[in-house]
Design a protein around this ligand. Structure first.
Ligand SMILES: [Zn+2]
Length: 488
């Protein structure tokens, strides 16, 4: 009897020991347009508990690059959480064309706003073709895990959260508070309505281009953490937070100056406070956090030129229009031949070309020749024939990763270094991103917390390695379009 009892006890212990070990909570923090070097450019001014704490306690992958073009927000968020590239995720940009029809990545006319009456809530992940970390976590735990996305930008809340998320919340500027859509819920939970009562702005106020936007985002993330009791249950939960104001401020004021400085110092303070709350609510060492960016940002061309560095605004939209006009004369037609330009990607108007009795391939070849005549165009890439063109291999791979036959466009312009797709006016003060170069594609990546030892590596790592690393640590399957590799 005694023997049996001891044996039973031993078996129980073994069962207890054999339980899978996972953190209570996974937290993703993606900072929109955060260049890798902002970790160090403002380092001396950061406090000890924010970004410095991440660097001091966490593990930093110093050479994390984005493996596709164009480097823009919707693609960055979807690629981080799917471990994949636009060619497979279907998210080819913020705005792109599907079979000639202009679409916004998250726009979904089949759903309604929840929390406002505007169109800003009519959003869902329906164009994302791949699963995310959160989706795989849900599958692995029989959908017991809670997964929530929070950001000011809809795409930055929706795409990270994935398809099976419990909720995504984003900011409706016209309403001045957080909303969601009927994709997730019929009405906002009471805690969100209460939060909105205490944390709204005047309708129409542009919180996205303001430091306040950073604080508002983390306040909402903390409210979600507390009210949804994330990391308090028996299964691992996930909270995906994206900071959007850094991007809007970067676009308006560029990478230097007071505005950018102030928003990163605000971010530092807000991250410190957020991690303090995580320590209190979930417990130090109980959560696994990563910080990264959806893309970097180039320096303002006038700033560069004022220091004798080669740079300029290429104004791709103007160039595309001129080329369209030239081609119309050449082909003796008034039909629109170029549908649009986005991040230096050229979309031909296939339907209009065919209706005019012309051949797409002939128009494309002529367009390629015309674009090649412009100064500061290093390569004009034919998406159908990338592999055969003499383009440096790392750039060629990024082009292929960013292309999809149905959603991806026809030609891509690769400009000379420093030449960005922005205004060339001498009074232009802002900046943009979207290119293959390190300014736009070198991003921070730091893991901290559960099972993470302090350290850093300068080995090349990729944005698409984030999802498989998290999944491997959790012992769950990686997302179904994942092309990256686990770092640890
Ligand atoms: Zn941007």
């Amino acid at each position: 009897m005694k023997k049996i009892f001891i044996l039973a006890l031993l078996t129980l212990c073994m069962v207890a020991n054999a339980q899978i070990k996972r953190p209570k909570l996974v937290v993703g923090v993606v900072v929109d347009q955060m260049r890798w070097d902002y970790l160090y450019y403002y380092y001396n001014e950061y406090g000890n508990d924010g970004l410095k704490r991440l660097l001091d306690e966490g593990y930093s992958c110093q050479n994390t690059m984005i493996p596709y073009i164009p480097t823009v927000t919707a693609i960055g968020h979807s690629s981080i959480y799917t471990g994949s590239v636009p060619a497979m995720t279907g998210i080819l940009g913020n705005d792109f064309f599907i079979k000639g029809k202009a679409v916004y990545c998250c726009q979904d006319d089949d759903v309604k706003s929840v929390g406002s009456d505007s169109k800003e809530g009519q959003m869902s992940p329906h164009r994302l073709l791949a699963s995310t970390i959160g989706d795989e976590l849900k599958i692995a735990t029989n959908f017991k895990s809670k997964v929530i996305g929070v950001a000011l930008k809809d795409r930055a809340a929706i795409l990270p959260a994935g398809h099976s998320a419990d909720a995504a919340y984003w900011w409706d500027t016209s309403a001045g508070h957080f909303v969601s859509s009927t994709f997730y819920m019929k009405e906002l939970p009471k805690w969100v309505t209460d939060f909105n009562k205490q944390n709204s702005t005047k309708p129409g106020f542009d919180i996205k281009t303001s430091d306040q936007g950073v604080t508002m985002t983390f306040k909402m993330a903390e409210a979600a953490l507390e009210n949804e009791r994330l990391g308090q249950g028996s299964t691992t939960d996930m909270l995906a937070v994206s900071v959007s104001s850094t991007d809007a401020i970067g676009h308006a004021y560029s990478t230097r100056g007071k505005e950018n400085h102030d928003v990163y110092l605000q971010l530092d303070k807000d991250i410190a406070q957020f991690m303090k709350v995580l320590d209190e609510k979930v417990g130090k060492g109980n959560y696994l956090l990563f910080l990264s960016a959806d893309h970097g940002g180039s320096h303002n061309p006038n700033f560069m030129r004022s220091h004798r560095l080669p740079a300029g605004g290429f104004e791709g939209w103007n160039v595309a229009k001129s080329v369209n006009d030239t081609l119309q004369k050449q082909f003796k037609t008034t039909a629109r031949l170029i549908l649009g330009e986005n991040s230096l990607r050229i979309f031909l108007d296939h339907e209009s070309i065919e209706n005019a009795g012309l051949k797409v391939d002939e128009v494309k070849a002529a367009a390629k020749k015309e674009f090649e005549k412009y100064d500061n165009v290093a390569f004009v890439v034919d998406y159908d024939n990338v592999a055969a063109q003499s383009i440096p291999q790392p750039i060629r791979e990024r082009i292929i990763n960013g292309y999809s036959r149905e959603r991806g466009g026809d030609l891509l312009l690769i400009t000379n270094p420093g030449w960005i797709d922005a205004s060339n006016a001498t009074n232009y003060k802002g900046t943009t991103h979207g290119l293959w170069n390190p300014d736009d594609s070198h991003i921070p990546l730091i893991f901290m917390g559960w099972n993470i030892n302090h350290g850093e590596t300068s080995k090349p790592t990729s944005m698409t390695d984030i999802a498989p690393t998290i999944c491997s640590m959790l012992h769950i399957q990686m997302p179904n379009a994942c092309v990256g590799n686990s770092i640890f």
